[in-house]
Design a protein around this ligand. Sequence first.
Ligand code: PRT
Ligand code: ZN
Length: 283
Amino acid sequence: MLKIAIQAKGRLNEQSMDLLADAGISASSGNRKLITKAKGFPMEILYLRDDDIPQAVAMGVADIGIVGMNEITEKGEKVEEILPLGFGACRISIAVPREVEYTGTEWLNGRRIATSYPNILRTFFAENGISAEIHEIAGSVEIAPAVGMSDAIFDIVSSGGTLIQNGLREVEQVFFSEAVLIATPDLPEEKRADLDKLKFRLNSILDSRGMKYVLMNLPRTAVDQAVKILPGMKSPTLLPLTDPEWCSLHVVIPESELWEKIEQLKEIGAEDILILNLENIIR
Ligand code: PRT
Ligand code: ZN
């Protein structure tokens, strides 16, 4: 039976559980134990701190896991990256006090930089020929400059709000991360088959996220123009209506392009447009 490591609590926990739930896999509710048996898939769920997930998967304590790319790279454990999951997006950046006149990476020479990601920072320094002092601290990195512990920080940024609140300015974006499904390097054959099934379910969910299913009535004479407007999965579906001059057009559109496409379709005569949520795309 596959054993998956998930963050016990924190930023990745909820979205990891939601993704599994969308794939028809649920953990028994009630008190979160260290390990529970999932329903809907032959799988056990192991709840760990995110810092421990790369090692647990590398050692085979868990067969697979969901964790941020930042933790995978920082820990340097040997794991197989199976699938980027499209959530938990963030970057690790260098930030300096607002009033500092940052002139470029050479400003960092001889400075003290506080971080929880010393290995990623060390690589960045080596690649850029910088010689600076790395101060490893476990939490609240953003307060280090204000209390005189460092000249700059190297920390996770997503909206940038935390930096602003602490009087800091982002000056170098070094590493980009998102949550990733990882696997232990020597996964046994029978577990590999289960992993393939899981991957299939996850891919169909990830493909459908951010997509809408759109139906509309369209004059037959406007079909050629509609096909040009729509990106289409292969070709859009056309169904006849009782009125021979009209048809019903069905298409999947990315949410980011939805309203622009709808406006164009209305201009060529589309009516009664329905927009539906899409749950899965099985290719
Ligand atoms: O207890 P455990 O060790 O499991 O959790 P943790 O406290 O170490 O990690 P957690 O839950 O904070 O984050 C887990 C993972 O989420 C990280 O390793 C990243 O892969 C990802 N992630 C995505 C983030 C953020 N976005 C994020 N914004 N992790 C942390 N942050 C922090 C950031 O450091 C800043 O202090 O959130 C704060 C707010 O960010 P802004 O820029 O939006 O203000
Ligand atoms: Zn952590």
